[in-house]
Design a protein around this ligand. Structure first.
Ligand code: ZN
Length: 164
């Protein structure tokens, strides 16, 4: 299983030919990152990197599998599918023009490496739906009862606005 250090890319050894890396992400990967949004998961990640120009790298990240997060409705764990792909540009300098369709990440000056772990996490997290819930009827009924009890007690005005 991959940990965040697995995704340290040695930029000196990236050539103009595409290099492909495949790794499996498990709960340890998500726990090792400083985040609380994704509790764990089982993801196959494929990285493709090539040097597109001097100190400009093209990185393709594809992630497939499932993650566990908290259900917005009942606050219990929910398993959500992940099937996403994203292309980013790593730029060691700001020459070479930018491409409006591709996000550019500026590398530190004279960077010889880049750790893609957080970027991979972000690609996965942003691919999740804004509303993360169980399928209809599959929420934890007990939790729902308790939550609506709390809401009723707090909400004397009777409004039930869902502001996300
Ligand atoms: Zn739920």
């Amino acid at each position: 299983m991959a940990n965040p250090d697995t995704f340290h890319l040695d930029l000196r050894n990236v050539g103009t030919e595409v290099k492909t890396f495949e790794h499996a992400l498990g709960d340890d990967f998500f726990k090792a990152l400083e985040q609380e949004e994704i509790l764990g998961g089982n993801i196959k990640v494929t990285l493709k990197i090539r040097e597109a120009a001097g100190d400009i790298f093209q990185l393709d990240i594809a992630a497939n599998g499932t993650v566990r997060t908290v259900c917005d409705r009942c606050l219990e764990e929910v398993v959500l599918p992940v099937d996403t792909a994203e292309r980013v540009r790593l730029a060691g300098n700001d020459e070479g023009g930018s491409d409006a369709d591709t996000d550019t990440i500026l590398l530190e000056r004279n960077a010889t490496g880049f750790n893609a772990a957080w970027l991979i996490y972000e690609v996965i997290a942003t691919s999740l739906p804004t509303e993360r819930t169980h399928a209809p009827g599959e929420c934890d009924a007990d939790m729902l009862g308790r939550i609506s009890g709390i809401a009723d007690a707090q909400d004397g005005e009777g409004g039930n606005e869902d502001n996300n």
